[in-house]
Design a protein around this ligand. Sequence first.
Ligand SMILES: O=P(O)(O)OC[C@H]1O[C@](O)(CO)[C@@H](O)[C@@H]1O
Ligand SMILES: [Mn+2]
Length: 440
Amino acid sequence: MAAVTALPVSLSARSFAYFTVKDRLPQILTKVIDTLHRHKNEFFEEHGEKGVEAEKRAISFLSKLRNELQTDKPVTPLEDELPDAALWNQYLDYQRNLSNGNGEPSWFQSPWLFVECYMYRRIHAALAQNPPIGSFDVFKEGKAQNFFESQEAIIALCTYFQELLKNIQDLDEKQLQGELFKLLQVSLWGNKCDLSFSAGEGSSQKSSPLQCLEDMVPYIIVNDMERLWSLLINAKKRNTDKCNVRVDIILDNAGFELVSDLVLTDFLLSSKLADEVHFHGKSIPWYVSDTTKNDFNWTIKQLQSANHMWMSRCGINWEGNLKKGVWVYHDHMFWTLPHVYSSMAEVAPDLYADLQKSNLLLFKGDLNYRKLTGDRKWEYTVPFHQALNKFHPAPLCSLRTLKSDTQVGLKPGQGEQIQASEPEWMVSGKYGIVQFDATP
Ligand SMILES: O=P(O)(O)OC[C@H]1O[C@](O)(CO)[C@@H](O)[C@@H]1O
Ligand SMILES: [Mn+2]
């Protein structure tokens, strides 16, 4: 991988990133250790002494990791033999070359994106290397709790949606557009509910997700919903039996956000704006609340068996979509590598080629935005297309609330104006974007 010269510097642990690395990441590690402690009896019941020994080894690995982080030790090569280890270690070499002999990559000196991803990968190694507790998801409880605490909001959304389905065939184009915009916004604001941001403290959707959409429109600082609509409606009009419209959604958090994404994608199918939807989740537990295959299936099962007619109707329909093959779940190790998306074509050509088959890629959440734009200190007015740095498998759109200090594609003066009244605007999660790029 050649060193990049013409791009702005990477965000490193010196700004907002500094507080994340200094405070949030150690807090997350402490919580993970605590979670393992609390499950000791369960490990014993399931696996006997072997389970307890594995738990002890995982805890000592994680304590060592926390110490390395807090004392700004060099980031060391991975020593496990998991399938992605070689790619990680190559990336570490690349970081070494970038630092031009200015010392080893370390927690507070290296790019924030890299060290943060690296921490989650080491957490995974702590478990994966220690059978019989190798597949224990240390973040599962938090994700489930977010789902249960968002119960009211999920009921409100499922009820609204099932009512909408009753007469969806009778909606004219304008009405269809209005409904799409609503569900896009629910999915956008659903991204407030991630757990790495609050270091694993609760962050669920408490109020009805549909009620305050109007009031929140001014906080959507890039709003390309009209362009998204044009793409979808034109694709629908051109659509013939031979050529299906495929939408891909690169998922972010489980819990309320996932339900909001599933409702959005059900709407795309039910309105015939799309014929098939492909979901992309994480193959290992990631950034506390990100969706894995287990979370995806668990969520649909929970909905199905819920004691609420419209919730369970959603769950039953969605299971049906999976069985019929109009919903397809994928995971690929690339999504949990530290690489930015402009290197996908080189690092994961199979994934890139798969995404090229899509008519529209929806990228959910802040981390996806950081990887789309290379997590760099761009000027606010730099076009999104430029920041994507040649990543363009298909038309794409980011739905993201701002939780890290990078943002492109703003109008001249727009960023400075918000900054003047709200210094925290880039990291508070209060602002959002629906940012689209169609140009190859
Ligand atoms: O779930 P999301 O929206 O990708 O957010 C994850 C976010 O959590 C944080 O990593 C916290 O460190 C963000 O700043 C990051 O981008
Ligand atoms: Mn996330």
